[in-house]
Design a protein around this ligand. Structure first.
Ligand code: ADP
Ligand code: MG
Length: 295
């Protein structure tokens, strides 16, 4: 089913049309096929959460079954789905620190095929609590491995916090791929070295199946020469690792979270929505081309 067909279904859902008009999601993914993608960059404000929310939504709109994990104590991905702090119930703190089963914390969203594992308000204490916990860097991986529904998913998207602490390390241990959002700004290349070195260190020592799947340029402003220079620089350095799709700076993107909706529901026709739909399509296409996923 094409991206646009499912996207139309999303609009239908938004307009509260009848159930029959919404195409059914794809059949469940085959056993252990879930592709686990961490959205990471130690810098804040580069578009991790925006990318996590809208990529997850666009993948679900294209018919994939997706779980979005909010691993940032700020909980912006949870708020972005209209889930207020006091309404989150069990979330990632319970799973990582208290060992709660994933099934108790995963909940549905307004998007067919997309579920959310929220950041509970306690998650800010997790970095500290995990320091003395056994298997502290593997807690998320273990939780995912123990989750009976994992195989029903095509994608798990993890929104990481803006640091390289134990929470991000848990994401990199559990993931097959890392997607790094990079804001088109002056020090972009300096900032990216730290995350690429971390990915390499984790790959060598802890998770040999991990790879930097790609870098996505965000907040691109075509009226600004600097955006172009940064894009050229990053492409010159990272070559094909940089997705062709570029996310434009678009005010609708920053408005959507305050309405508690992903951008695709808030304004489907906005340039930002269209860019995230293209990014999802490019990601899927690249994954099909390079099926060398982790064991
Ligand atoms: P991070 O998760 O890396 O901290 P966010 O996704 O929260 O970054 O983005 C930081 C801020 O920039 C948010 O207010 C968000 O709404 C805004 N933003 C992100 N991407 C765009 C974009 N392409 N155009 C305009 N605003 C954006
Ligand atoms: Mg964030």
């Amino acid at each position: 089913m094409s991206v646009s067909t499912r996207a139309r279904a999303l609009i239908a859902a938004d307009r509260k049309l009848t159930e029959e008009q919404i195409p059914p999601p794809r059949p469940p993914a085959p056993a252990s096929a879930a592709r686990i993608i961490a959205i990471a960059n130690q810098k804040g404000g580069v578009g991790k959460t925006t990318t996590a929310i809208n990529l997850a939504t666009a993948l679900a709109a294209a018919g994939h079954t997706v779980l979005l994990i909010d691993l940032d104590p700020q909980g912006n991905a949870s708020t972005g789905f209209g889930l207020a702090r006091n309404a989150r119930g069990r979330g990632m703190f319970s799973v990582l620190v208290e060992g709660a089963p994933m099934a108790e914390a995963v909940r549905g969203t307004m998007i067919p095929g997309l579920t959310l594992l929220p950041a509970d308000p306690d998650l800010s204490a997790a970095e500290l609590e995990l320091v003395s916990a056994p298997q502290r860097e593997k807690r998320l991986k273990t939780a995912l491995d123990d989750w009976a529904d994992l195989h029903r998913h095509h994608f798990v998207i993890i929104d990481c916090p803006p640091s390289l602490g134990l929470l991000t390390l848990n994401a990199l241990m559990a993931a097959h791929d890392v997607l790094v959002p990079l804001q088109c700004e002056f020090f972009a290349l300096e900032g990216i070295t730290q995350i690429t070195q971390t990915i390499e260190a984790v790959r060598q020592r802890l998770n040999p199946g991990l790879s930097l799947h790609g870098i996505v340029l965000t907040m691109y402003d075509r009226r600004n020469n600097l955006s172009d220079l940064v894009a050229q620089d990053v492409r010159g350095f990272f070559g094909k690792k940089v997705y062709e799709t570029v996310i434009p700076r678009n005010v609708r993107i920053s408005e959507a979270p305050s309405h508690g909706k992903p951008l695709l529901l808030y304004d489907f026709r906005s340039p930002g929505s269209q860019a995230y739909i293209r990014l999802a399509a490019e990601l899927v296409e690249r994954l099909d081309i390079q099926p060398d996923r982790a064991a």
